[in-house]
Design a protein around this ligand. Structure first.
Ligand code: ATP
Ligand code: MG
Length: 564
């Protein structure tokens, strides 16, 4: 296709549709056409090889899963009613099933029937399979689809020490997979989210269109998803003496910048107080004016299922003021108050007065209000200080292609996946889970590897190694030589896409650039005059003429060169 599809917001989405890699069937659901299917198989094969090398065994579990297993783990309600991420339905017998968004329940059920004693451990299994998630906003083509291909692996160990070994083996395998595919990526500390657990890392492909923000240190190896990242702020000299608190009239001053200017104080002395509805409770969260609230950290701290900003009406009901003037002093006692650690330690700070257009100044903890519940509730941002060293934090956008979790005993306890230890005592198995977005990886690779003409695959995951373009096909010699070369290259073990369409050179070349195979061979009347063919790398502009007999060897030489 020459035209950019209307719904394509990223280069990868547009190029994969234009290049004939995929077609949309419905929102977030795609047909994987022959070219894409070859690439998906190549990615799967790399993943499979590295998983097997790390000691994981391949199996295949059903996509169709019974509700009962999800009731046992306690996740049914969250995945259906609360998050709505799971497709579920009733069959003709009246039983309720779902299409698996992930497989902790099913795999735990398999292993609880297999594992009897410590002698049956450790175990590690994986599958490459279609997952279903009813994403609120399916977008960017294969990046966030409602049906997609995932590799998911699960480890089962006798204890935490065993889990450490399994997790480390998976972590290494993930690095090898990312390196073999040729990603520019970073492994970062991650939030464990709804799956739950005790530690996790994400593998992030760096790209401006990524949906995740990565925070990393310019000095040490600290790197984390912004959802999870910690940071430190510079210390400020504080006033020697507390001053008397007063409420100041400052009409229409909503943002912290104009407010600080009006009050003639630095922005760090102002305070943002955000009011949330956490399940059925109201929670106020205070952060310094120059910071923002990290809702994931607040959710984790509260252990709540849902957290959303309270409506203006709700805030008015609670504080008596319009939106923008909430503060911690004088809230109803039912409101739980949290404050970021950096809100503390300030002498004479500002906060909302719970009265429209009024701001309290010279507020001091202990004297004007009791100490709230402190914790790390601010978002770490570029410019903050690293939590581990004196370096300055930077930020970049990333696409999450892999995620490894230490699950611990969450599922094994809930579902009675136990073993008898050496002393004959029943113990819960210690689990880990490890996901890779196989189809998302294809899109992420294109996002990182394209130019204005099309995709620029590397040999490792390109659908074919060579694009053989035959011109002047009406000429019998050209046709014969091209077909011979096509057969010859395949015999030499090279994957070839043969363009024998009766089209003009320009059209064929621009299609070849769009599809983006790593090398192109052109056979024409002109090249054959010298008994040669033209060979060119997709990522180079220069081409060379090579003897027909040497074409295969030359292609292999070019493919072996560093493509990164
Ligand atoms: P995200 O935060 O992007 O929604 P997730 O953390 O929910 O993803 P996991 O449960 O960790 O995803 O799934 C493992 C992997 O599956 C992810 O790292 C990602 O590569 C891939 N993946 C998850 N959701 C999708 C989706 N909707 N479309 C394509 N790939 C996905
Ligand atoms: Mg994840």
């Amino acid at each position: 296709m020459r035209e950019v599809p209307k719904d394509a917001q990223t280069a990868a989405h547009a190029l994969m549709v234009r290049g004939g890699y995929m077609q949309q069937l419905s929102a977030g659901v795609y047909n994987y056409l022959p070219l894409l299917y070859r690439t998906l198989n190549k990615i799967s094969q790399i993943v499979r090889e590295e998983m097997q090398a790390a000691g994981s065994e391949e199996l295949l579990m059903p996509a169709l899963q019974p509700r009962e297993l999800w009731e046992e783990s306690g996740r049914w309600e969250r995945y259906t009613a609360v998050d709505g991420i799971m497709f579920s339905f009733k069959d003709r017998r009246g039983s309720v099933s779902c299409l698996g968004p992930t497989h902790e329940e099913v795999v735990t059920d398999i292993l609880r029937r297999e594992i009897k004693s410590y002698k049956d451990l450790p175990r590690n299994v994986f599958q490459i399979q279609t997952k279903f998630r009813d994403e609120i906003r399916p977008r960017f083509g294969l990046m966030r689809a409602r049906e997609f291909i995932m590799k998911d692996a699960y480890s089962f160990d006798a204890d935490e020490a065993g889990l450490e070994v399994s997790y480390e083996a998976m972590r290494q395998a993930y690095h090898k997979i990312c390196q073999r595919i040729g990603f520019k990526y970073r492994a970062v500390e991650a939030d464990s989210g709804a799956i739950g657990g005790t530690g996790s890392q994400e593998f992030m492909v760096l790209a401006d269109t990524g949906e995740d923000t990565i925070i990393y240190c310019d000095h040490c190896d600290y790197a984390a998803n912004q959802e999870r990242a910690a940071s430190r702020l510079a210390e400020h000299a504080q006033d020697a003496e507390p001053k008397p608190m007063e409420a100041v009239l400052g009409e229409g001053l909503i943002g912290v910048e104009p407010l600080a200017k009006f009050l003639n104080i630095p922005v760090w002395k102002t305070t943002k107080t955000l009011v949330f509805e956490a399940d059925d409770r109201v929670v106020a969260v205070m952060v310094r004016g120059d910071c923002d609230v990290n809702e994931i950290k607040v959710t984790n701290h509260l252990g709540c299922k849902s957290l959303k900003l309270a409506s203006a009406a709700k805030i008015k009901e609670l504080t008596g003021a319009e939106l923008g003037y909430a503060g911690p002093i004088g809230l109803p006692p039912s409101v739980r108050i949290l404050a970021d650690n950096y809100v503390n330690g300030r002498v004479n700070f500002e906060c909302g007065a719970n009265q429209t257009n009024y701001h309290n100044i010279n507020v001091n903890f202990g004297r004007d209000l009791p100490l709230p519940e402190f914790g790390e509730f601010k978002i770490a941002k570029a410019g903050h200080t690293c939590p581990k060293c004196q370096g300055t934090l930077q930020s970049a956008m990333g696409i999450e292609v892999g995620h490894i979790f230490k699950l611990g005993t969450k599922y094994s306890k809930a579902m009675a996946c136990v073993y008898l230890d050496a002393g004959g005592k029943s113990q819960p198995v210690v689990m880990g889970c490890y996901g890779i977005g196989v189809s998302r990886m294809a899109a992420a690779f294109v996002e990182q590897n394209h130019d204005d003409k099309g995709i620029t695959w590397s040999p490792e995951i390109a659908p074919y190694q060579v694009h053989l373009v035959a011109l002047n096909l009406e000429d019998e010699t050209v046709r014969k030589q091209s077909e011979q070369l096509y057969a010859q290259l395949q015999q030499e073990g090279i994957d070839v896409l043969y363009d024998d369409r009766p089209l003009r050179a320009g059209e064929k070349f621009s299609d070849a650039d769009l599809i983006g195979l790593p090398t192109r061979i052109t056979v024409s009347k002109r090249t054959l005059e010298q008994q040669k063919v033209e060979l060119k790398r997709r990522r180079d502009t220069a081409a060379e003429l090579v003897a027909i007999a040497e074409a295969g060897a030359k292609v292999k030489e070019l493919l072996g060169k560093n493509f990164r």
